[in-house]
Design a protein around this ligand. Structure first.
Ligand code: NAP
Length: 265
C-alpha cells in the first residue's frame, strides 16, 4: 500500500494529467499525499489539479514541461526544491502509433529514448538520493508488456520499455535495503486518452484495462517489486519470455494486428 507515513508527504507524477498518471494522482491524494504533477499541456494539467484539490485536502502543484527536453531535470529539480518527494511515479512514455523506424523523423526515436530511458533514469537518481537519506520512499516506473519481445514497427518503444523493466530490477536491488519500494508496472492495453487518440478505429480486438484497476493493482503490490504483472497477463508474460526469440517477436508483432496489419509484408 501507499501511505504518507511509509513513503513521505509529497509525490511527483511524471505524466500526471490524464489516464494512468491521473489515476495514480487520485489514489495518492486520497492517501493524503501532496502532489507535483508534470505534463506538457498546461490546461489539462491544471484541470486535473483543480479536480484533485476539490476532492482531497492536499496541496497540488503543476509544472508544464516536456519530459524529453534537455532542461527537464533542472526545471523539475527547481520546482521540487524544499519538498520531500517520497514517491516518484514515472508514467509518461507512450509511443504513438506503430511506424517503421526508417519512416520516422530522426527526432522521434530520440524523443522516445529521452522520455523513457533518460527521463526515468535522471529523475529516479535525483529523487532516490533523498529517499535513501530518509530511509523511505517509492519509485514506480510504468512499463509495458511490449518490453517482453521486440516488435515490428515499434522497435524503439519495445527497446525502451525493456530498459524500464531491467532498470527497475537493478534499482530495486539497490534501494530496497534502504526501505524504498521500487517497481516496474508491466501493463497491457489500457483505456487511456493517449491510446484512444492514437488507435485505429477498429483497434486490436484486445480488451483494454481501466487505468484505475492498473493503479490499484500497483499500489496493493508496491512491496512486491521489482516487476508487477497484473494477474491476467502473467501466463502470457512468462510464456513469451521463455520462447525462442524469433517466435516471440512474431507473436508480439501479430498481437498488434490490425494496428500493424497494413504494414506487414
Ligand atoms: N495505454 C496503453 O494501452 C498502454 C499499454 C502499455 C503500456 N502503457 C504505458 O503506460 C504509460 C501511460 O500511457 P498513456 O497511454 O497514458 O500515454 P502517455 O502519453 O505515455 O501518458 C499520458 C500522460 O503523460 C504525459 N506526457 C506524455 N508525453 C509527455 C512528455 N513528453 N512530457 C511530459 N509529459 C508527457 C501526458 O500529458 P501531455 O500529453 O500533456 O504531456 C499525460 O499526462 C506509458 O508509459 C505507456 O508506455 C500504456
Amino acid at each position: 500500500m501507499i501511505s504518507f507515513d511509509r513513503h513521505g508527504p509529497w509525490a511527483l507524477v511524471a505524466g500526471g494529467s490524464e489516464g494512468i498518471g491521473s489515476a495514480f494522482a487520485q489514489r495518492l491524494a486520497a492517501a493524503g499525499i501532496n502532489l507535483l504533477l508534470v505534463a506538457r499541456n498546461a490546461d489539462q494539467l491544471e484541470a486535473t489539479a483543480a479536480a484533485l484539490r476539490a476532492a482531497c485536502p492536499v496541496e497540488v502543484r503543476t509544472l508544464a514541461l516536456d519530459l524529453a527536453g534537455e532542461d527537464m531535470l533542472a526545471r523539475i529539480s527547481a520546482a521540487s526544491e524544499g519538498l520531500e518527494i517520497g514517491t516518484l511515479v514515472y508514467n509518461a512514455g507512450a509511443a504513438g502509433g506503430p511506424i517503421p523506424l526508417v519512416d520516422q523523423p530522426v527526432g522521434a526515436a530520440l524523443a522516445n529514448i529521452r522520455l523513457n530511458v533518460v527521463g526515468q533514469t535522471l529523475l529516479s537518481q535525483h529523487f532516490a538520493r533523498g529517499m535513501v537519506a530518509r530511509g523511505r520512499g517509492a519509485i514506480v516506473l510504468v512499463g509495458s508488456l511490449g518490453a517482453i519481445a521486440g516488435c515490428k514497427n515499434l522497435a524503439v518503444y519495445a527497446g525502451v520499455k525493456s530498459y524500464t523493466q531491467t532498470f527497475a530490477e537493478g534499482l530495486w536491488a539497490e534501494l530496497s535495503p534502504h526501505g524504498i519500494d521500487v517497481a516496474a508496472l508491466v501493463i497491457g492495453r489500457t483505456r487511456t486518452p493517449a491510446l484512444e487518440r492514437t488507435e485505429l478505429p477498429d483497434g486490436t480486438g484486445v480488451p483494454a484495462a481501466e487505468p484505475a484497476d492498473m493503479v490499484d493493482f500497483a499500489i496493493a503490490n508496491l512491496d512486491q517489486g521489482p516487476v508487477l504483472v497484473p494477474p491476467e497477463h502473467v501466463q502470457g508474460f512468462t510464456a513469451l519470455r521463455g520462447m525462442p526469440r524469433r517466435k516471440a517477436v512474431q507473436i508480439m508483432t501479430r498481437s498488434l494486428e490490425p494496428q500493424t496489419r497494413d504494414l506487414m509484408p
